[in-house]
Design a protein around this ligand. Sequence first.
Ligand SMILES: *Cc1c(COP(=O)(O)O)cnc(C)c1O
Length: 237
Amino acid sequence: MNASIPENIREVRHQISEFEDTYQRPNGSVNLLAVSKTHPTQCIIDAHAAGQKAFGENYVQEALDKISALQEYDLEWHFIGPIQSNKTKALAENFDWVHSVDRSKIARRLSEQRPVNLAPLKILLQVNLDDEPSKAGIALNEIKMLANEIKDLANIELSGLMAIPAPGKDLDSQRLGFRLLAQAKDDLQAQGIRTCQHLSMGMSSDFEAAIAEGATIVRIGSTIFGPRKQIYSELDN
Ligand SMILES: *Cc1c(COP(=O)(O)O)cnc(C)c1O
């Protein structure tokens, strides 16, 4: 048992609720996603002891190992990493949310492969706010087209947008990118995609700015679990 993990969870939750107050966000409108990638399953159990249910993972095989080891716990799994099309079946069968959808082929496969006895898979479109072609995600001006292509797929629910902006120097510059994402989400809702309610934005270093601009899910890793291990396969969990 790593006693600092429940403590860190409580501290992050406290900060989130203070930022909700500061920025006139309704209480409880910001959900904490604990990003557990590279950390062993015991860390997830320790976080769960502090009431944490939602966990984010980036690597499919690592995530599947953890999901199967932790079946007895009531957990919600979010996939937040890059998606290869040969991994969509594993995602569709094992996750509750996928934050990193950036092409219609992936969305179609997730919908086709989602078991019908499960609730529709909640998906978010990943947006690249920085005009860096090397980064994952679609451009702001591509959101509407992709959203329209996939919004009626049967077994997924287009639930919002996600971004990982380049680190901003200060609160104001961090807020600019998040504001663009929030505007894009509002546009989709105004266009009639009612399920498009979520903004997955904000990590350990910029979640205040994200909450200020309307984040409904903040993805926090190192502040909860400490620095990440380099290679998962070297862990003995
Ligand atoms: C690793 C990761 C996080 C968590 O980052 P921290 O800075 O450790 O809080 C959040 N989102 C994504 C997509 C990640 O890959």
